[in-house]
Design a protein around this ligand. Structure first.
Ligand SMILES: [Zn+2]
Length: 172
């Protein structure tokens, strides 16, 4: 398992719902390991090349705090309140940061790794991480939501990622 970088098409493909969570117990563990190794706070299945609706996160980014880990399978946001701009990065866009507007408070419905339904309220940074990772499940990436100023500011960096990806995937 490794992290897929923009503009790999799997990041735009969207995902299908998971019927059987059993293969995800091991995969979710691998995703957490990869996320900690790369200093992330969240990782969605398309970012490891799998088009299924699963995301993992730990808002502390600290592997010594496994009690903060969350695995969401087939998540849905059932309500949203407030809006706030805040800076985000993404493991699929190394070195790129920009401001994105997100809801401040959300209610999330999902199933866990045992297939049990769960519903909870998330606020502030946790809500931001969940919204960022849920976008990945729908083929949306954070640069899509950048302000026009941030789109211009990061244009060269994004083009560099595109050039690098093309040269690594050139057909010969
Ligand atoms: Zn991301």
């Amino acid at each position: 398992m490794k992290i897929v970088l923009y503009p790999d098409p799997v990041l735009r493909r969207g995902t299908k719902a998971v019927d059987d969570t059993s293969p995800w117990k091991e995969r979710a563990r691998e995703m957490f390991d990869l996320m900690y190794e790369t200093q992330g706070v969240g990782l969605a299945a398309p970012q490891v090349g799998i088009s299924e609706a699963v995301l993992v996160l730990n808002p502390t980014g600290d592997k010594e705090k496994p009690e903060e880990e969350l695995v969401l399978v087939n998540p849905r946001i059932v309500s949203r309140k407030g809006k706030e701009w805040g800076q985000e990065g993404c493991l699929s866009f190394p070195g790129i940061w920009g401001d994105v507007q997100r809801a401040l408070k959300i209610v999330v419905h999902a199933i866990d790794l045992d297939g049990q339904p769960t519903e909870f309220v998330a606020e502030d940074f946790l809500a931001r991480v969940i919204q960022h990772e849920m976008d990945h499940l729908n083929g949306v990436v954070f640069i899509d939501r950048f302000s026009p100023a941030d789109k211009i500011r990061t244009r060269n960096q994004i083009e560099e990622l595109e050039d690098r990806w093309r040269s690594q995937h050139a057909s010969r």
